[in-house]
Structure formats: C-alpha cells, structure tokens
Design a protein around this ligand. Structure first.
Ligand code: KG4
Ligand code: ZN
Length: 389
C-alpha cells in the first residue's frame, strides 16, 4: 500500500510517499519519496511565524513538493494522452476557494501528470495554524477529487508519537502503558497510552509550550527564529568552556505534585536578568545553558513522576524540541540509570521536527480493518484539534 502524505500545519511544507507492507503496527515502511521545504528563513525576519505568510508560502511550494516527492518515488508520469474524465474546474475552484492560485496550480498538475500509484492520501488536519492547515487539507481534497483517491485526516501530534517509534523502517514494539512526552513549538503534553489508539492527556503546559519558550528566550538573547537550535548551540558552548553561571533561573512548578508545566515565567526571569545590562557573548552562552537546564530539570522531574504514577513501561519523546541534544541525553542517562528496564523512544533528529513521513504513519494507523474513508466534504482543518482526552 502506498500512502501520499501531506503536512502543512506550521512552517514546513512537506509531502512524502511511503510504502507500507503489512498492517499497523507490524508493518514495514519504505520511504519512496520525501520532499520538505522549510519556511524558517522567511519567518526569521519577523521573529516568528505569521499565519497569512505561512499560508502564502505553502500555496507556492506545495505543488513543487508534490512533484519532487513523486519524482523521487518514480511515480511522476507525464500524460501521453488527455485525461479520460475532463477537469472539473468549477469543483476545483470551490475546493480551493480561499487559497489564491492553488486551483490553477492543481489544474496544471492534472493536465501534466497521470494519476499516481497511491492508495491513500494522509493529511494533517490539526492542530496547528488554521490557514496553513487548510492549504494541505484542500490540496488533499483536490487531489482526491482529481484522481479518485481516499483521504485520511491525521492528527499532527499522533504523527509525532509514531515518528518517535520508527526504527529501521518499522515501529518499535511498545510496552503499555506508554507515556508520550510531546514537546514542540505549540505543545507540551504528557499523554498516557494504554494501547495503540488510546491517548489520555494527563498533563500539559498552562501557558507557553517548551519550544515557544526556547524561541522567546532565544529572541531575548538576540538569536534568529527558530530559536531552539540556536539557543541550544550557545548552551553547548557554555558547557564546553565551563563558563560561570550568569544567573539562576527558577524551575517552575517542579514541586507542584501534578503533571502540568508553566514556562512563561522563565522567559520573564530571563528578561529581568538581562534588563538594563550590557551582556557579553559569554553571558548569553551562560544564560542559554541555565535556561536549557531549567527546562530539562522540570521535564525530567515531571516525567519521572508520571512514570511512577502510571506504572509506565515505555517512554516516547516526540515533537520538535526532542531534537535537542541536551534533553535527549539527559532523558537517556536518567532512565538508563534509574529505570533500566524502561525503553526510551526518541525520534531520529530529522523526524523530530515537522515532516510528512510521520503523517503517513498516522494515516496507516487509521487504515485498520474495514476503514471507511471520510467524505472529503467532512474533512476540516482544526487549529485546536486534540487527540488525547
Ligand atoms: O514539532 P515542531 O517542528 O513544530 C511544531 O509542531 O511546533 O517544533 C518546532 C519547535 C520550535 O519551537 C523550535 O525552536 C523547537 O521545536 N526546536 C528545538 C530544537 N529544534 C527545534 N528546541 C530546542 N532545541 C532544539 N535543538
Ligand atoms: Zn510538530
């Protein structure tokens, strides 16, 4: 089975073609084609992602990502004769009513290329930036209409969970109950999984997400967007040089006896620490380190609590912030030492941040037994879509 997957929830435009052999969760996956365009350079100028700008960029790049992924998969075939069923321009315009220029690009695609050899189209329908999500969703619906391929809406966060489990082309076997710690630009959630499809949220941030905190503190330190990787680099330098501590930051809610977090105070604390001061490069490095360690201390303490409280047998860490090397090794070291039997699943760095391979996995998770694809008219982008109750 071949799945074409589309991800446009934030500032990555990504399309892949993934072949699944076998049924979920015991299938093997082969990435036939994978195309990803990151808009971060465009957003860097403004220090954050602007939804309208993200939408415009997605519209511009989504068809090139489609042709790139399909060409890589050897599935992009130029038409040798005109399509049997003519293009329904009116319908296409209706679908892409709010995405200026998309209907025309899709019409051209339909004129140029044959139906690809894919069985399903999986698309992120939330959570994320709604105008950005709609570009992916409407592209999926349009492709479905043009080529008669069913669409499976996929929750972005479920995609992150599954991406963490992909090892050598198969999903790791999972001991339940499992705990997923999802840390990204928009989310910080503790989710308990009793089985492959039961997700219960047991804790979350009360204000900023971890990635958001990284980005905001990075900005205070004069670093470009997205701040996470840049800040992490400074922190590493501070560790390597063993720089003295510039300031001590709080570990918010570390003793709160629940699984909620709060990170907005950290950003405020950094702001106060540097206000009216001329900070030097070394100070910046040192603050970055202290911030990274404060965040890690809190996440580790909360995860430890959750593991005990729910008798957790395996731990999944997912979302963009799981690309952070310090956090990765802090978790690996702690659990290897304290809970040697607990398996810790962390995605390979390329699959930590947003991508479409994880959406193909999410789509495959839904194609079980007699899956009835949704009526495309029922599929809606939902910025606040939740998958864990
Ligand atoms: O999952 P993701 O790609 O997009 C969302 O769904 O939000 O996560 C993006 C977030 C950004 O806030 C980015 O700064 C952060 O992940 N991030 C990192 C690192 N790489 C990405 N944060 C800390 N360290 C990193 N190495
Ligand atoms: Zn994400």
């Amino acid at each position: 089975m071949n799945i074409l997957s589309i991800e446009t929830s934030c500032d990555e435009t990504a399309i892949s073609v993934v072949r699944a052999d076998g049924s979920f969760p015991n299938a093997t996956y082969t990435i036939l084609g994978n195309a990803l365009w990151s808009q971060t350079d465009i957003h860097a100028e403004y220090g954050g992602v602007f939804p309208a700008l993200a939408k415009r960029e997605h519209i511009k790049t989504i068809i090139p990502m489609y042709t790139k992924a399909l060409a890589e998969a050897g599935m992009l075939h130029t038409r040798t004769e005109p399509p049997k069923t003519p293009l329904d321009t009116k319908r296409l315009n209706e679908i892409c009513n709010h995405e200026e220029g998309l209907a025309e690009a899709l019409a051209q695609l339909f004129e140029d290329y044959e139906k690809p050899a894919v069985d399903y189209i999986a698309v992120t329908n939330g959570p994320g930036l709604e105008p950005a999500l709609w570009v992916g969703v409407n592209t999926a619906i349009a492709l479905s209409t043009l080529f008669n391929i069913p669409v499976i809406p996929v929750n972005h966060m479920e995609g992150h969970v599954l991406a963490s489990l992909l090892e050598d082309g198969a999903l790791a076997s999972l001991a339940f109950p499992a705990l997923a710690l999802l840390i990204s630009g928009g989310h910080t959630e503790f989710v308990v999984m009793e089985s492959w499809d039961t997700y219960n949220k047991v804790g979350a941030t009360r204000d900023d997400a971890v990635g958001e905190a990284f980005d905001k503190v990075a900005r205070l330190l004069g670093l470009p967007y997205p701040g996470g990787p840049a800040l992490s680099k400074l922190a590493r330098i501070a560790r390597e040089r063993d720089l003295p501590r510039y300031t001590t930051l709080p570990r918010p809610m570390i003793n709160s006896h629940d699984l909620d977090t709060s990170f907005s105070g950290l950003k405020t604390a950094v702001r106060y620490a540097i206000a009216d001061k001329e900070i030097q490069d070394d100070d910046r490095h040192s603050i970055a380190r202290e911030f990274e360690e404060a965040v890690t201390d809190v996440l580790l303490a909360k995860t430890h609590t959750a593991v005990d409280q729910y008798g957790i047998q395996s731990l999944i860490i997912g979302g963009g912030v799981s690309a952070n090397t310090y956090i990765r090794s802090a978790f690996q070291d702690f659990f290897a030492r304290e809970y040697p039997k607990l398996k810790v699943h962390i995605p390979e760095p390329a699959l930590s941040t947003d991508n479409s391979i994880m959406i193909a996995l999410g789509g495959h998770a839904h194609i079980k037994n007699a899956y009835q694809p949704s009526e495309t008219s029922q599929i809606r982008a939902d910025g606040n879509l939740s998958f864990a109750k």
